[in-house]
Design a protein around this ligand. Structure first.
Ligand SMILES: Cc1ncc(COP(=O)(O)O)c(C=O)c1O
Ligand SMILES: [Zn+2]
Length: 369
């Protein structure tokens, strides 16, 4: 067996790749890898995530659905600081890593059942999943909150996805998306283990692009935790495969308003705001279903967490833009987190750093003043 999908709590395996939670206890599922990362298995002529096809065995067995995502540029920002331009992905965000892997693995199964994809997201994940469904020739239904508007919602509709607006909070939207209906296959990015697993590819790319080594620190914006958990899994795979001797320090960056991971990680009490109004409007998970898993894994890899306020986010967003890097304010949270740590003894200026710029500035609703 090259891989297994198992419950992160009770260790049970689901009977199908389509499962989005443990059939026995309902807890999140994990992909467990039973092979090494071997550089000579990389398809070096392929300049997309699929250069790592061998390391995604459940998708490799299928017809790959791709828009040539991944293998995004790693650009030197200043002396030892590099930015990874996830905004250069086909739909404008890192989510394409999850979508290409998940849709590749599942589209034939869903088609055989004459089914369609169900997802809950009014943002980057919704847009990405809609694009990959379109590429696969599958119908997608994206459940969104009633108040949804803006460039990401336009994008979802242009890709041809059906949209269902749901009133009530974010949890209600997820509930509707998951509600069993004939021919509906819920593959929500927050819970489905294959979406999260696609994020491993980002760790592999950093390893290659840093010349078969890893930087001292990696800064990521964190909301539902799929990016964080997937990247941790990728670096652990490299470590277990003896590709690297030590893990980079992984730093989870959150906004003051939406910082459940920061608080729990630091042993502090978190009081979520009644409504989230942060300029970082992609980071909205005040009660992420994977929170316990995030804290546990971030501790296991001796990572860190940092929290930034609105002024710090706007300052980071403008500084990036004025250096030529136009990203979403939500992505600038990672740079703001780096800047915050720079002023402390958590990090030295000599440390080699990668900052993951998760989404394109063209998606923002912020107006210049
Ligand atoms: C641009 C951007 N950055 C970061 C994140 C955070 O990713 P995650 O929810 O996997 O923690 C998101 C999630 O929607 C996003 O859209
Ligand atoms: Zn279980």
């Amino acid at each position: 067996m090259k891989y297994e999908i198992r419950c992160s709590v009770c260790n049970k395996s689901p009977s199908s790749l389509l499962a989005f939670k443990c059939p026995s206890c309902g807890e999140p599922l994990d992909v467990k890898l039973d092979f090494n990362f071997e550089p000579d298995k990389i398809r070096t002529g392929n300049y997309s995530l699929w250069r790592y096809e061998q390391f995604f065995p459940y998708a490799q067995e299928r017809k790959i659905i791709t828009l040539s995502e991944g293998w995004t540029p790693l650009v030197r920002f200043s002396d030892n600081v590099y930015v990874k331009l996830e905004s250069a992905n086909p739909t404008g965000s890192f989510k394409d890593r999850g979508s290409t892997v998940l849709v590749s693995a599942l589209h034939e199964l869903i088609k055989e059942a004459e089914g369609y994809i169900s997802e809950d997201s009014s943002g980057n994940a919704g847009a990405s999943m809609a694009a990959y469904a379109a590429r696969a020739g599958l119908n997608a239904r994206i459940y969104v909150p009633e108040s949804v508007a803006g460039p990401k919602f336009n994008q979802i509709q242009f890709y041809g996805a059906q949209v269902t607006k749901v009133s009530g909070g974010r949890a209600r939207v997820a509930e509707e998306a998951q509600k069993a209906e004939r021919r509906k296959f819920y593959v929500g990015h927050i819970l489905h283990p294959l979406f999260r697993d696609g994020m491993r590819s980002l760790a592999y790319e950093l390893f290659e692009q840093f010349g078969w080594s890893v930087p001292e620190r990696v800064y990521l914006p964190v909301s539902a935790g799929t990016l964080l958990l997937g990247v941790i899994s990728g670096f652990k795979h490299l470590l277990d495969s003896q590709g690297i001797d030590a893990l980079p320090k992984i730093v989870a960056c959150q906004t003051r308003q939406v910082s459940p991971l920061y608080h729990l990680f630091k042993g502090l009490k978190y009081d979520p705001p009644e409504t989230v109004s942060s300029v970082a409007d992609a980071l909205v998970s005040v009660k992420p279903p994977l929170l316990d898993m995030m804290v546990k894994r971030l501790k296991e890899v001796k990572g860190d967490a940092v929290m930034v306020g609105e002024d710090e986010i706007m300052e980071a967003f403008l500084e990036l833009a004025r250096s030529g890097f136009f990203v979403e304010p939500s992505s600038a949270v990672a740079y703001a987190g780096y800047k915050k740590q720079l002023g402390t003894n958590a990090l030295s200026k000599q440390d080699k750093v990668a900052i993951v710029l998760t989404g394109s500035g063209l998606k923002t609703t912020v107006k210049p003043v």
